[in-house]
Design a protein around this ligand. Structure first.
Ligand SMILES: Cc1ncc(COP(=O)(O)O)c(C=O)c1O
Length: 464
């Protein structure tokens, strides 16, 4: 019998965490310690004993909830035989995970996809993809959407817009923003986001018109690739339905590769295996995966390449990779997750629960005038919060640089009030709440989350 777990001394844990851990996004002076005792299914149990329904799947990452048997049993089984095997040798799970993703899900050899490399994070996969695109084309420039997010390491962080900058404490609170020296970095060209101008426009989408002008200004002969997100993860933007068709046509016309970053939206999140499939007849040249491919049970990422890029890279000695490429335990967790999703028609579940969630959100919008646009698909909806004039409550909106008193931002007020009601729900940019529960969510749990959200919106309405 497993030994009973003894709760740690949380005072000591908090002390060590505050003293020795190098934290992200919050300064020590404002750091709120949230100890997690355990995670089970759709719930997080805090050291205080409080239990939160995880309506965000952590970072829109834990798609099967917490400690799901599919990845966990696969990891346990793999651990009977494997620890680490370096990339110069093959392991069973690396090949099985590759076959599942490239052949069973993406339809190779009849489809665009030819090969995948598994890496240890989405960031690392993004950086590999950018290198691959530059090496394959021999061109230096990468175009990148404003408001997108592709990771924080020196490389992916230069892909606009949210990046690894720092907000320092000055006389006016956290007001001094220090960007990474070198931003904007040579080699990366920001293109406009597909919002808000595209929606009210008639005829060609303004964001695509501007993108084409930039392509011509930079010279297509200098541009290796454009990197995009199907639905923006950090910013919570869902492009106009014509955006990807138009972008794809532009890229083909000018001979530019398309890197489709599906770290957050892939593996079923938008109700398709991958978000690009929401648009008929388009296909990426390189696709990045991560998060949901193993429910984030272990750190993972991956880069899928098309036939031409696959043949080019396999035909050469490409000095690339890291110690943990194709790690057997990570690959076992991918095999466990993807097999489970295939065997249990996970897309049907995402559609059914997603439709229920969307209805509940629309009902909330009829009650709360602070709700503006609701955008999304599958089990990912971004809810914009607006004032009585219909404008964003915090003016900077998605151009926020995260300075000032963040506790007064609408997303912070909503997440604080939801937590009081036992629900983990919030957002990244000030005016947008991201509803992205695990695929294992039930209708009654959606009801609980929506009641908490409604309570939070009443609280917000009193403050704005
Ligand atoms: C679209 C997108 N790309 C890349 C990344 C970076 O992935 P990771 O955090 O696994 O390094 C993220 C993370 O949130 C993401 O949402």
């Amino acid at each position: 019998m497993a030994e009973e777990h003894k709760a740690p001394d949380w005072d000591a844990i908090e002390n060590w965490d505050r003293r020795y851990y190098l934290h992200n996004t919050m300064a020590a002076a404002e750091h709120s310690f949230t100890g997690v005792e355990r995670v089970d299914g759709n719930y997080i149990t805090l050291s205080s004993g409080a239990r939160l329904l995880d309506f965000q799947s952590q970072l829109v990452s834990d798609s099967l909830g917490h400690r799901h048997a599919a990845p966990h049993d696969a990891i346990k089984e793999a651990m009977e035989r494997y620890g680490h095997v370096f990339f110069g040798m093959a392991n069973e799970y690396r090949a099985r995970a590759a076959k599942l993703l490239v052949e069973d899900i993406l339809g190779a050899p009849a489809s665009w996809a030819s090969r995948v490399r598994f890496l240890t994070s989405g960031t690392e996969a993004v950086e590999n993809a950018v290198q691959a695109a530059r090496l394959f084309t021999g061109k230096p420039l990468i175009m990148t959407q404003a408001h997108s997010f592709h990771g924080m390491a020196s490389g992916s962080t230069f892909l606009r817009g949210y990046r690894g900058n720092l907000t320092l404490q000055g006389q006016q609170g956290f007001s001094e923003v220090r960007d990474i020296p070198g931003v904007p970095a040579p080699g990366y060209i920001p293109i406009p986001p597909p919002e808000p101008t595209d929606f009210p426009a008639e005829g060609e989408l303004p964001s695509l018109v501007a993108t084409e002008q930039l392509i011509r200004a930079c010279g297509p002969e200098n541009i290796a690739a454009i990197i995009t997100e199907p639905m923006f993860g950090a910013a919570g933007l869902m492009p106009h339905a014509d955006y990807y068709r138009g972008l794809f046509d532009l890229l083909r016309r000018y001979g530019i590769l398309w890197i489709d970053d599906e770290v957050l939206c892939g593996a079923g999140r938008l109700g398709k295996w991958f978000g690009y499939q929401l648009t008929e007849g388009v296909e990426p040249d390189i696709m990045i995966v991560g998060k949901g491919i193993n429910g984030s049970s272990l750190p993972s990422g991956g880069m899928v390449v098309n036939e031409a890029i696959g043949a080019f890279l396999e035909g050469a000695r490409w000095w690339s990779g890291s110690t943990w490429d194709g790690h057997p335990l990570v690959c076992a967790s991918i095999v466990g997750t993807l097999s489970y999703m295939l065997d249990n028609d996970i897309l049907a579940t995402v559609h059914a629960r997603g439709a229920y969630l969307r209805d509940r959100l629309e009902a909330l919008a009829r009650k709360h005038t602070v709700i503006g646009r609701i955008a999304g698909a599958g089990l990912y909806y971004a809810v914009d919060l607006v004032g009585s004039d219909g404008r964003p409550l915090v003016e900077a909106d998605r151009y926020t640089n995260f300075s000032g008193d963040l506790s007064q931002y609408p997303n912070a007020i909503v997440s604080g009030a939801c937590a009081e009601k036992g629900v983990f729900l919030g957002g990244f940019v000030p005016n947008t709440i991201k509803c992205a529960p695990p695929f294992t969510i039930s209708e009654s749990e959606i009801d609980v989350a929506m009641d908490a959200f409604s309570y939070a919106l009443d609280r917000l309405a009193k403050t704005c």
